[in-house]
Design a protein around this ligand. Structure first.
Ligand SMILES: CC(C)(COP(=O)(O)OP(=O)(O)OC[C@H]1O[C@@H](n2cnc3c(N)ncnc32)[C@H](O)[C@@H]1OP(=O)(O)O)[C@@H](O)C(=O)NCCC(=O)NCCS
Length: 182
């Protein structure tokens, strides 16, 4: 499995994987392995990738997964990210208030169905930390309460910390963070 930053030639595969994993394209059983609600287009991918970047996992030239990384001042920001950032500012993590730490946004993250449960998320996570630890202290993500598989993978599996929950547009989310060091 190769982990590297995306290039423009990867964007179509990323968009296809995104589309396959939106709730309306998943049956009830598939949804239990998680879903994403992002609707990024090619222009937004290019913008994210020219900032902190999009990391992808590739095997035999096929996309196995991707994760987007963004600074907290990225624009445009969906309402759920604004709600998350408001919640985050007052939270403590490792003895410090998060408004005083250098925080970046982790997500969306998505693996193709055939590559789940095979350690790819852990490899992407190691690459995320390596890429961000010089300029950032903490990564932050939100996970919909309807996506317990993602919460278990990130918190119980990767050791991230669920700090608190917040609401946005009638949905409830967990605010999850991790240190870029360690
Ligand atoms: C969510 C997603 C990225 C997780 O990836 P995954 O490959 O399915 O994750 P896994 O089940 O292998 O879990 C990752 C690690 O956590 C561990 N883990 C998972 N659930 C666990 C639990 N309840 N207790 C302890 N460890 C657990 C796994 O064993 C694995 O560890 P390993 O690397 O040592 O094998 C993937 O399922 C996906 O892309 N789903 C669709 C889109 C999505 O939901 N994205 C996230 C939106 S927030």
């Amino acid at each position: 499995m190769l982990i590297r930053q995306a290039v423009p030639g990867d964007y179509q595969a990323i968009l296809a994987l995104q589309a396959q994993n939106t709730p309306e394209h998943l049956n009830a059983q598939q949804r239990q392995q998680g879903f994403i609600v992002s609707q990024m287009n090619e222009k937004q991918l290019a913008s994210i990738n020219s900032g902190l970047g999009i990391l992808i996992a590739i095997e035999d030239q096929q996309l196995a997964g991707f994760v987007c990384l963004m600074p907290t001042d990225a624009q445009p920001r969906p309402p759920v990210v604004d709600a998350m950032l408001q919640t985050l500012a007052n939270q403590q993590f490792q003895g410090q208030t998060l408004s005083q730490r250098r925080v970046f946004l982790y997500g969306p993250v998505c693996l193709s169905a055939e590559w789940r449960g095979k350690g790819v998320l852990r490899q992407l996570f190691a690459a995320v930390k390596a890429r961000t630890q010089q300029d950032f202290d903490v990564g932050a993500l939100f996970i919909n309460d309807d996506n317990p598989h993602s919460l278990a993978a990130h918190v119980d599996g990767l050791g991230m910390t669920a700090l608190t929950s917040f609401h946005c547009n009638q949905q409830n989310y967990q605010l999850v963070v991790f240190a870029t060091h360690g």
